[in-house]
Design a protein around this ligand. Structure first.
Ligand code: SAJ
Length: 452
């Protein structure tokens, strides 16, 4: 029997042993999903706290319940470890490690290389499927993963199988979790695609095979570049509407009535997260290597990264309209996570905005139940508790992240001046469904709260 057939049988019978390298917001839900499907899974991570938490049956990822981790561990299906040696006994290895940018904003694939050097090179064996899930530039699987395997003189597509399958996670999205998010899969050979597709079909609702790893790598980067460029477009629209004194939120609401050919994006204080601000630069970097300038990606980056500066300017204008200066003004930042209802502040625009306000002499505090403390570069701020006293002692409140747990009526009644970068107040005054406001919405993001 061929190694491919043997591996297929192990997958179909759920007797394949799996390893997930990297137990973050992608790897942990993947490991739990595999264990719940009946596979024996080793979750491998260098972080001792994560390994110990998983083995205690605890989750540190909000979208993964403690119960699901506990169930996986109690059945003996999931075990976390720091020991890459377990990979010698594994049939399938999924690599789910970070792919950040380095200081010169070029791709940093050091985590992938480390996972390969510690996990694959010393432990790869005939009959193994290796899948890279980390978002990366087209060509990574062929140029980086395959050599790590062929160094062992194993033939890809016959003795060992290699594919790319992009992670698709939307942190905090209650409707789409690992099991019901369609999965794109592309292998180095037809056999690689086939066995990887069989693997993912064994525990996911929908799998979409493509012809190569490079296509799968490009699919993911396209998805995230699509978001970055469209968010930049709507941010630029917001800046134009501000100058023209047109309510951009009403414009988007109106455009959204188009039943085809339009998808709403919303302006904000900037672009946060560990994906959208970063992934597109993986593509522009790769494009440059073949002499192509990805102008949309670079321009979108410039527009999105300029938004914090515009927020600080609006804050200054708002205070000025109330006869106050930025210096010594008591400014309350409401929400610092990179998007609503999550506990992640990576690349959050709030960091840049707070740093700029502090440098202009403002007295800045923030309130965010998800983020107990925030490093803004020059200092580390601790979250203030959301209270009436905090609100009433504020000269300007800036809504940066529209968490659902804020009491927006209390904010509106007690903060004398509000800069609402997320249209949070109007949405809640008139319903979250973006329903047509009963009164003309404010021409700009600055809304006056109750007079003191
Ligand atoms: N943002 C806007 N306006 C919008 C949408 C988003 O300003 O209309 C901002 C958000 O506030 C946030 C940033 O952009 O700061 C990124 O937002 P996001 O919704 O893309 O959130 P992420 O980065 O947590 O999740 C994304 C996935 N989100 C969705 O598909 C909705 C997706 O882009 C990727 O699959 C995923 O990251 C990933 O891990 O690559």
């Amino acid at each position: 029997m061929s190694l491919e057939k043997e591996l297929q049988q192990k997958i179909e019978s759920r007797t394949a042993t799996c390893a997930v390298i990297g137990l973050g917001y992608v790897g942990l839900p993947l490991a739990v999903e595999l264990a719940n499907t009946g596979f024996t899974v080793y979750g491998i991570d260098k972080n001792t706290e994560k390994v110990e938490a998983v083995n205690r049956g605890e989750s540190y990822i909000p979208d993964v319940s403690n119960e699901s981790v506990r169930d996986s561990v109690d059945t003996g299906k999931l075990k976390a470890t720091k020991d890459f040696g377990v990979i010698s006994d594994c049939d399938v290895v999924s690599i789910c490690v970070p792919t950040p940018l380095n200081k010169t904003r070029d791709p940093d694939i050091s985590y992938i290389i480390s996972a390969l050097e510690e996990g694959i090179v010393p432990h790869v064996h005939p009959g193994m499927l290796i899948v890279l899930e980390s978002t990366t530039y087209p060509g990574t699987t062929e140029e980086v993963v395959v050599p790590a395997v062929t160094d062992s003189n194993l033939k890809v597509g016959e003795e060992v199988f290699v594919a790319f399958s992009p992670e698709r996670v939307d942190p905090g999205n209650p409707h789409f979790q690992t099991g019901n998010i369609p999965k794109v899969v592309g292998g180095m050979t037809e056999a690689c695609t086939s066995v990887a597709t069989l693997f993912y079909n064994s525990f996911l609702d929908k799998v979409h095979p493509v012809s190569s790893a490079a296509v799968a790598e490009m699919v993911k980067i396209h998805e995230n570049t699509f978001r970055s460029v469209n968010i930049a477009l709507v941010n630029e629209l917001a800046l134009m509407c501000d100058r023209l004194e047109i309510d951009v939120w009403e414009v988007i609401e109106g455009a959204s009535t188009k039943p085809f050919g339009f998808m709403p994006f919303y302006p904000g204080p900037g672009l946060g997260g560990h994906c959208i601000p970063i992934d597109p630069y993986y593509l522009s970097w790769k494009a440059r290597s073949v002499g192509f300038e990805a102008r949309f990606i670079e321009l979108a980056g410039q527009v999105n990264s300029s938004m914090p500066l515009h927020v600080v300017q609006k804050a200054s204008d708002a205070l000025n309209s109330a006869g106050k200066a930025l210096r010594d003004a008591k400014i309350l930042i409401m929400g610092v996570a990179y998007k609503r209802n999550i506990d992640d502040e990576r690349e959050s625009p709030a960091i840049d905005i707070i740093d700029r306000l502090l440098k202009k002499g403002a007295v800045v505090s923030y309130t965010d139940s998800y983020i107990p403390e925030l490093d803004v570069g020059t200092t580390v701020l601790k979250a203030s508790d959301f209270s009436l006293e905090l609100l009433q002692g504020t000269d300007l409140g800036i809504i940066i992240t529209d968490h659902s747990d804020f009491d927006y009526d209390l904010i509106l009644k007690n903060v004398s001046l509000i800069l609402d970068t997320r249209n949070a107040i109007r949405l809640r005054k008139y319903g979250e469904s973006n329903s047509q406001p009963k009164v003309q919405s404010p021409k700009s993001n600055v809304q006056r709260g109750a007079k003191k």
